[in-house]
Design a protein around this ligand. Structure first.
Ligand code: GDP
Length: 190
């Protein structure tokens, strides 16, 4: 069975039933989550890649080979959104994280050019408190030099000693395999 879009939800009562593991993606708007969904599922337009940040206001579920769910959480920290809307996104993320039963891994996606924002740090703190296995994906590394990417990873490893890091570019084919390996490893460990 290939990767398929399952559904978008706006309320936790709509979580898909069953015991399949979830692999969740979190990150600020425009960090490249939709591109990552398309890349991981090897489909060009499964998730809409938008030039207009902040469009994703739902939790989107993708069924991966009938084995697990890839869960795209709403992007946060987009300044052009109304403040109330931003809070609602955050509530939805927090509600998801505190209610989901079978979360094997969160991929916290960071923009390598920007580094972690305050919102990313707050997000990570919530994940650490909930003891949710987290991998930080340093995305868009094609935009910085290799030396800069290594330096960023060293700095972040000092700040977040319990985190696994993956350097990633949507344009680099081999990076897909590295992320899929991290996902498979988390499923085995869950
Ligand atoms: P989302 O809002 O997090 O879903 O982000 P999108 O997937 O819509 O991507 C936002 C923008 O970043 C788009 O213009 C993408 O083409 C671009 N983008 C995504 N991943 C990468 C990457 O690895 N490298 C570069 N240079 N651009 C990327």
């Amino acid at each position: 069975m290939p990767a398929t879009f399952l559904k978008s939800i706006t309320d936790l009562s709509q979580l898909p039933p069953g015991k399949k593991y979830h692999i969740a993606l979190v990150g600020r708007s425009n960090v490249g989550k939709s591109s990552l969904v398309n890349r991981l599922t090897n489909q060009k337009a499964l998730a809409r890649v938008s030039a207009t940040p902040g469009h994703t206001q739902t939790i989107n579920f993708y069924d991966i080979d009938g084995r697990y769910f890839l869960v795209d959480l709403p992007g946060y920290g987009f300044t052009r959104s109304a403040k109330s809307k931003q809070l609602k996104f955050k509530d939805l993320i927090n509600e998801y994280l505190s209610n989901v039963q079978h979360l094997a891994l969160v991929l916290l996606i960071i923009d390598s050019r920007i580094g972690p924002t305050e919102a990313d740090r707050t997000m990570y703190a919530a994940l650490a408190t909930a003891k949710i296995p987290t991998t930080m994906v340093l995305n868009k590394v094609d935009k910085i030099s290799r030396a800069q990417a290594m330096q960023l990873q060293r700095t972040l490893a000092a700040e977040f000693p319990d985190v696994t890091f993956v350097q990633h570019s949507t344009y680099e084919v081999k990076d897909r395999g590295i992320l899929l390996d991290a996902i498979e490893q988390s499923l085995r460990a869950a």
